[in-house]
Design a binder for this molecule. Structure first.
Ligand code: FE
Length: 204
């Protein structure tokens, strides 16, 4: 069995936004897809560590903003590499408006948004699977959607060679975070993007 086969699956990239009792937040996910057309339903899977997960659980509604090939790395950094528990991601974020359901969606670097209401949740341990009915949606641009492969090749900054300190370093292949140490602990979680040790590569 070749575990690299999983990389042959294609993924889009999305800003998931939700809000509850006056708190708004958002995070990056790669797991949105249509699951039925009559009625129109989508599914998303969200890591429970994300603050936005709890907002979706409480409010039972969310928006998906579809990231396009014009999305800047800043959008990924803003929504992906910090937690809504510690910071209000919308206090200084201008490229967003509220849709009919009262939640924000992102208007720059995106090509469409979908508003959905949660019908079912499935507890998957680390993640929750949400199945939701589509309530509203609109196309924002004709720029192609960004895939995870496109993010890796064209949006994420090219890694700089870390200054040779003589120490062994490991790089997070998702966000570029550098860990210094002879061995990367198997339960290590990237402090920036929260991806696991399996997403790190040995640099030197
Ligand atoms: Fe990372």
């Amino acid at each position: 069995m070749n575990p690299k086969t999983m990389f042959k699956l294609s993924y889009g990239l999305f800003v998931l936004t939700s809000g509850f009792e006056g708190r708004d937040s958002g995070c990056i996910i790669n797991t949105a897809g249509q699951v039925t057309s009559e009625p129109n339903r989508i599914s998303i899977t969200v890591n429970k560590a994300n603050f936005t997960h709890d907002l979706v659980m409480s409010s039972k509604k969310f928006n998906i903003s579809v990231l396009s090939e014009e999305a800047s790395f800043d959008i990924f950094r803003h929504f992906g590499f910090q937690s809504g528990r510690d910071t209000d991601k919308f206090s200084d974020f201008k490229d967003c408006v509220r849709s009919v359901n009262g939640l924000y969606y992102v208007t720059a670097g995106t090509n469409g948004y979908i508003s959905a209401s949660v019908e079912q949740t499935v507890d998957l341990g680390t993640h929750t699977l949400f199945i939701a009915s589509v309530e509203d949606m609109d196309v924002l641009s004709d720029v192609p959607s960004a895939t995870y492969t496109y993010y890796q090749s064209s949006i994420k900054p090219k890694p700089e060679k870390p200054a040779s300190s003589g120490k062994t370093t490991w790089r997070c292949t998702v966000c570029g975070y550098i860990y210094e140490g002879e061995e990367l602990p198997p339960d290590f979680i990237c402090p920036l993007c929260k991806h696991p040790a399996s997403d790190f590569e040995k640099v030197s």
